[in-house]
Design a protein around this ligand. Structure first.
Ligand SMILES: Cc1cc2nc3c(=O)[nH]c(=O)nc-3n(C[C@H](O)[C@H](O)[C@H](O)COP(=O)(O)OP(=O)(O)OC[C@H]3O[C@@H](n4cnc5c(N)ncnc54)[C@H](O)[C@@H]3O)c2cc1C
Length: 484
């Protein structure tokens, strides 16, 4: 019997696994997708919120503020990018001004440091491209940006380096309460018939956390999918704003933002619309038009002709209105990390720590590992000084072959992304780990090269390589020589 089965390899499950990996415990992470970080963690605003938005006393408020305080050192520890940019909530009329005063007071109650209400001149001096009609803004100096899926992958990689098993293509379909060897536990069955027996379960299944909870507990909750649509602009527009620019929030969410991403692009969005389908991640002209309209009010100079990608993400909106974190009231040993809408990314490190502590307490304690491996260094070729680039190429010629011209990603980095623990198996999996295909051409040039490298490294034929999810074939077979 294993000690812990974590269901869901998004940022929530990854943060729990990362903490549990510091102990002498037998931990398995299960995800239904072909790769990790493929749920909501793949598609969001990537903002580490300051914490003034959530209602005081809520779990969202508590874990937001704690998570924000943990992020910088966590990212340093796992070698993931982090940039503290600050954020502004803009006010355009008296009603907005009164709203930002409310947010300021709420922030103080939530314990958010570094908040200030700024006048028009100060806002425009710091962010000159903001709409000159602005009256003032709430500034939060602790707001930051990260790379959400990379952070998730690195947390899982660190867990795997510490012997946590990460199983993908592992959809949980049934959870039964069992007693073996006098111990209470669970039999967790997967869609393909495999099963495992475990003392505890952590349910971090994102938009499906209600379904997974229902497999074990009679205390139900529901999760409604709420879509958010986005544009990403070319890096040449990266100077448009330096921080994250919000508008006043609405009952449906934090509104449309304009933000400089951790990689230097501009991100614009999201919308907020309840949808019936938990797996829908398409874009609509209506949604994107709404993003354009709203965002131009904050930053009138946004040039949407420089958009290089549109995408959407699905929020997990629980009917309780708050995160649902902790042991199910009727199932000892079954822990929920559910309803993880925004600020779930921000909260993840604090939630991961808290849930790991709950699980360990349930298990009656656990011994900390003496020297848990924490970080396996990674090379980002473009960021190296020229001298180091030369040395590296002398040692390994693969770092001298640039595959992605937009982002200057080398073959050496792609091979590393495939060979690492929790390594890439698909073209998009490589993109999530070292960014080929994230630039202006969106993989138009480098996609076929990445496919070739994957096929070679994985020992497969090129037509066996997937773009991303199961069934997303790129090639349908080989032509006879001289064909066409
Ligand atoms: C539009 C939008 C904007 C957002 N912006 C921000 C932001 O700026 N800042 C912030 O802090 N938060 C933000 N969030 C929220 C944040 O993205 C989420 O809180 C976070 O990503 C949730 O992570 P998770 O691990 O709980 O869920 P997910 O990332 O969805 O992971 C759940 C995993 O469970 C797996 N799974 C589901 N069912 C099963 C099963 N039966 N068996 C096995 N595996 C299963 C899925 O495949 C998935 O990988 C935003 C969300 C959205 C949608």
């Amino acid at each position: 019997m294993i000690d812990v089965a974590v269901i869901g390899a998004g940022i929530s499950g990854a943060a729990v696994a990362y903490q549990l990996a510091k102990y002498k415990l037998n931990v398995v992470v299960l995800d239904k997708e072909h790769d990790v970080a493929c749920g909501t963690t793949k598609a969001n605003s990537a903002i580490i919120h300051a914490g003034f938005d959530a209602p005081p006393g809520s779990l969202m408020a508590r874990y937001n503020v704690q998570g924000n305080a943990m992020y910088e050192s966590l990212c340093h520890e796992i070698d993931a990018p982090y940039r503290r940019t600050g954020s502004y909530v803009l006010a355009f009329d008296d009603e907005d001004m009164s709203h930002i005063r409310t947010l300021y007071e709420r922030g103080l109650q939530n314990g958010v440091p570094g908040l200030a209400i700024l006048d028009r001149e100060t806002v425009l001096a710091r962010e000159p491209r903001v709409n000159p009609d602005v009256l003032g803004a709430l500034y939060a100096e602790t707001a930051a940006v990260v790379d959400p899926w990379f952070t998730c992958i690195k947390l899982l990689e660190n867990a795997a380096e510490n012997d946590v098993a990460i199983l993908t293509d592992a959809k949980v379909t049934e959870i039964q309460k069992i007693i073996t060897g006098g111990r209470h536990g669970f039999k967790v069955t997967l869609a393909d018939g495999r099963f495992l027996e475990t003392k505890t379960v952590v349910n971090a299944a994102g938009v499906y956390a209600d379904a997974v909870n229902g497999m074990a507990s009679a205390v139900n909750f529901t999760v409604t999918p709420r879509i958010g649509e986005y544009f990403i602009l070319d890096k040449k527009d990266g100077e448009l704003v330096s921080a994250t620019i919000f508008q006043c929030p609405t009952p449906l969410g934090k509104g449309v933002l304009v933000a400089r991403t951790v990689h230097g692009n501009i991100l614009v969005g999201p919308t907020a619309l309840d949808v019936g389908d938990k797996d829908y991640t398409g874009n609509t002209s209506k949604g994107l038009d709404e993003v354009k309209k709203q965002s131009l009010r904050s930053v009138p100079g946004i040039n949407f002709r420089d958009s290089i990608k549109t995408f959407s993400g699905i929020r997990a909106e629980a009917d309780t209105g708050d995160f649902i974190i902790g042991e199910a009231p009727d199932v000892p040993g079954f822990f929920n990390v559910a309803g993880m809408k925004s600020p779930g990314l921000t909260a993840a490190p604090a939630v991961g720590l808290a849930v790991a502590e709950m699980v360990i307490e349930h298990l009656g304690g656990a011994t900390r590992k003496e020297n848990p491996v924490r970080n396996t260094p990674r090379i980002s070729f473009a960021e190296l000084p020229d001298e180091k680039k030369r040395d590296l190429i002398k040692k390994n010629g693969k770092y001298g072959r640039v595959i992605c011209r937009c982002e200057t990603i080398t073959e050496g980095e792609i091979i590393d992304a495939i060979r690492r623990k929790v390594g890439a198996k698909t073209v998009d999996g490589v993109k999530r780990r070292c960014r080929p295909g994230s630039g202006r051409c969106q993989g138009g040039f480098c996609g076929p090269r990445v496919l070739e490298i994957l096929a070679r490294e994985l020992g497969r034929k090129p037509d066996q390589i997937l773009l991303d999810k199961k069934g997303s074939w790129i090639l349908s077979g080989e032509l006879d020589e001289g064909g066409m």
